[in-house]
Design a protein around this ligand. Structure first.
Ligand code: SF4
Length: 468
């Protein structure tokens, strides 16, 4: 394209954009996608675009999608269709779909979803303003690079979508593991760690802005540094983050079990600001299933790891996820899993029925489990975990915990809700804190409270004092 034509087009766009175009965002899926959504909004050219409060009331709606399993894909498609309906009704003018679903199925989406104005893959966010300019110019565009190369740095400003006191930091992109059921590495690429200094500099900046809790995320946070420095650097990163003044909690999500070594366990157990909380997806415990899943763990090493974690990290809150109905899982393997759940007594647990993903190796395996059996196992597993979770919570009654206040209950005066170190945002439970009339609490306050009641997922507590 000649420079002349390019300039003419830019002039046309700026002409149309004399009023700034409002852009709304709906972010689906996990915290990793949420960080992407924050970066996307942060990269908007503010001379041309402004962020709308609601995705249903803007000029251009951005939908950041998830494509991890069938359920997530269906949810993404439902939202695309809902937003397309709003476009038909004239409530929004254009629709841009981004993220994992697009990276995974670029051609199919472009062909099938004619009502979408633009598609962007996970490696192309730097082209956002260019893509939006095309949309403003009423052009339909698909911008999906083959290499999902985007890795953000502290220099890229984010527009946070979480409350001020809690911020996610994505420390890496992609994944080097080869779990048979998962297609994420095929569209998110190989593991790429950010620089340790870069992460620390971002963390310092976020704490300066008011964050009290930092939640570390990535496909596999324990692999941090392995690709760049040939060594596991999560421990070193935690040491540096622990030095940041005014930061209260550092929380680790998505630890890969075979990378959780002695050194990391010691570090989590000894650093004052690192929550005694670990989110470590195990997926199964039976040897035959773990081997088929290519998880690099055995039943014996899994039991040993849980024992070590519980011994070395006092009052550890352990979260995991399991898949039921993986190909070849018979009643015996499922019972092994239930027995393990009884042994480990996970504080938090996500259970998923196996999703047969195209292009994953597990999809081609024999002995796929019928849906009704998967559902039956899911229900039985959930019932067991509900009992364990209630018993675990009941054991907390009488204990004093630090609670990070997240808000006030609208219906009950003097009742606030927040989280303890045992609860990650969004996925875990809440602690309801009853405070005396004269006490007024604000979002982001830390209070000491005594646990006085327990339900399956939530706790109730009595306010003791405000922490400084
Ligand atoms: S660790 Fe396994 S399940 Fe997780 S993203 Fe990597 S390949 Fe997928």
């Amino acid at each position: 394209m000649s420079l002349l034509i390019q300039n003419a087009r830019l002039n046309k766009v700026s002409e149309k954009c004399r009023r700034r175009v409002s852009v709304g965002m709906l972010s689906l899926g996990c915290p990793k996608t949420l960080v992407d959504s924050e970066l996307i909004l942060g990269m908007l050219d503010q001379n041309r675009y402004e962020v709308a409060e609601h995705v249903t009331d803007c000029d251009i709606a951005l939908l950041n999608t998830c494509a991890f399993i069938n359920e997530a894909k269906e949810e993404s498609l439902d939202h695309i269709l809902n937003l397309a309906e709003l476009k038909r009704e004239g409530r929004i003018k254009a629709l841009v779909v981004l993220g994992c679903l697009v990276q995974r199925y670029p051609k199919e989406l472009e062909k099938e979803l004619r009502e979408v104005d633009a598609f962007m893959g996970t490696g192309d966010y730097r082209e956002l303003n260019h893509v939006l300019d095309q949309v403003v110019d009423e052009k339909r565009i698909s911008y999906v690079g083959h290499a999902p190369g985007f890795l953000y740095t502290a220099q890229i400003g984010r527009l946070p979508l979480t409350p001020l006191h809690t911020r996610y930091i994505k420390i890496s992109e992609g994944c080097d593991h080869i779990c048979s059921f998962c297609t994420i590495p095929s569209f998110r690429g190989r593991h790429r760690s950010r620089g340790l200094d870069d992460v620390v500099s971002e963390a310092r900046h976020l704490v300066k802005e008011g964050a009290r809790e930092l939640v570390l995320t990535g496909q596999d946070t324990t692999y941090f540094g392995r690709d760049t420095e040939k060594k596991f650097l999560l421990g070193a990163l935690l040491q540096e983050l622990n030095k940041i003044e005014k930061l209260r909690w550092i929380r680790i999500l998505y630890a890969y079990p075979s990378c959780v070594d002695e050194a990391l366990i010691e570090t989590i157990g000894s650093l004052q600001k690192v929550c005694h909380y670990l989110d470590m997806p195990l997926q199964h415990v039976s040897d035959s299933i773990l081997r088929s899943m290519r998880r690099g763990m055995t039943k014996k090493s899994t039991y040993a790891l849980i024992g070590k974690l519980r011994r070395k990290i006092p009052n550890l809150a352990l979260r995991t996820t399991f898949i039921v109905g993986y190909p070849g899982e018979r009643e015996g393997e499922f019972r092994e899993l239930l027995g393990f759940m009884e042994f480990a007594r996970f504080d938090r647990l996500g259970l998923f029925t196996y999703s047969q993903e195209d292009e994953s190796d597990a999809a081609l395996l024999d002995h796929q489990v019928p849906e009704r059996i998967k559902e039956k196992r899911f229900r039985e597993g959930m019932q067991l975990q509900q009992r364990i979770s209630k018993e675990n919570n009941e054991r907390l009654v009488g204990r004093t915990l630090s609670i990070l206040i997240e808000g006030a209950d609208e219906k009950h005066p003097h009742l606030y809700f927040g989280r303890s170190y045992m609860d990650a945002p969004e996925v875990d439970g809440l602690v309801y804190v009853r405070a005396p009339k004269e006490v007024r609490l604000n979002q982001g306050d830390f209070v000491r409270a005594k646990v006085i009641g327990a339900k399956e997922y939530d706790l109730s507590a009595a306010y003791l004092e405000l922490e400084t």
